[in-house]
Design a protein around this ligand. Structure first.
Ligand code: P6P
Length: 281
């Protein structure tokens, strides 16, 4: 696992340089999910694949930017599912973006994720590594990731990151979100999954939601590359992560680009989600 983490660190350093100085224009093609690709999406994916290919314990990789799963080492132990540059459409506004990694064994399912790592490319470059604990690191002036602290979620938070097109929310979901705001929660939503979830984690709690909507009943966020890694992080930090009814880490995707409605947060907020969603007919 150490070699995988070191490959992710090398990737992060190269990607943050690309973000800072490279062309942020659009490429000609779309990715496997039908999203228009930035040249930076393609370059970030190339960097990560190149660095992971050096690690003998990596059996295969699945990228949000590619249709296929790529075999690297037949005898390898780990399967890496990753989103190389999540929220890249925000780069032209100079908002924070991120890279997300799920480290799996045997298959790309929730029960088989063994660790998760994400990088936030913001005013500072930070990395969170979740194994049995959740640890925060920051890139220092010697280009090293320095350990800062372990991260824990409180029982209840104050932040509400409510994703998806509000005009397409089911009525029970809108009522639930409005209840939290009526309780005094503050809206914190940039449209970048990584900084939005990082903020709630570092500030100690709250709710991030991307529900099933009238136009996207299966949600928008991808299980293998985005949802399972953050579900792992939030559970290891003492919170919960559900699809409205079950733990996200109990789910197995139909294919590695499958999406799901998802809720990540402190226990108080997730228990509220489970209560509301248990009553829908
Ligand atoms: P919406 C970015 O495109 C992304 O995949 C996630 O990073 C983010 O949480 C979500 O989409 C935002 O989607 O529909 O709220 O703009």
């Amino acid at each position: 696992m150490t070699e995988v983490i070191e490959a992710i660190k090398r990737s992060a350093f190269r990607i943050q340089e690309a973000i800072a100085y490279d062309d942020t224009g659009y490429a000609e093609n779309e990715n496997a999910s039908g999203d228009v690709q930035l040249k930076l999406d393609i370059k970030s994916d190339y960097i990560i694949q190149e660095e992971l290919a050096k690690v003998k314990s990596v059996k295969a990789v699945a990228s949000e930017e590619k249709e296929t799963v790529d075999m690297l080492n037949e005898g390898g132990k780990y399967l890496i599912g990753y989103d190389p540059l999540d929220g890249s459409s925000l780069i032209d506004t100079n908002l924070s973006v991120g890279s997300i990694f799920g480290i799996y064994e045997d298959d790309f399912s929730g029960p088989n994720i063994k660790a998760a790592v994400y990088i936030v490319y913001g005013p500072r470059v930070e990395m969170v590594i979740a194994t049995d604990t959740v640890e925060l690191y920051r890139l220092d002036k010697n280009s090293e990731f320095k350990f800062i602290q372990t991260v824990h979620l409180h029982e209840k938070g104050k932040l509400n990151a409510s994703g998806g097109t509000q005009a397409k929310w089911p009525s029970y979901h809108k009522a639930m979100i409005d209840t939290l705001f009526a309780e005094g929660y503050r809206l914190r939503y940039s449209g970048g999954m990584v900084p939005d979830l990082h903020q709630i984690l570092v500030k100690g709690g709250g709710l991030f939601s991307y529900p099933g909507t009238l136009d996207k009943p299966e949600g928008k966020l991808r299980m293998v590359f985005e949802v399972f890694p953050f579900a792992f992080v939030y559970e290891k930090a003492g919170g919960k992560a559900v699809d409205g009814h079950r733990r996200l880490l109990e789910l197995s995707p139909k294919d590695h680009h499958s999406t799901t409605p998802c809720f990540f947060g402190s226990n108080y907020e997730i228990n509220k989600v489970l209560d509301v969603y248990s009553k829908i007919v």
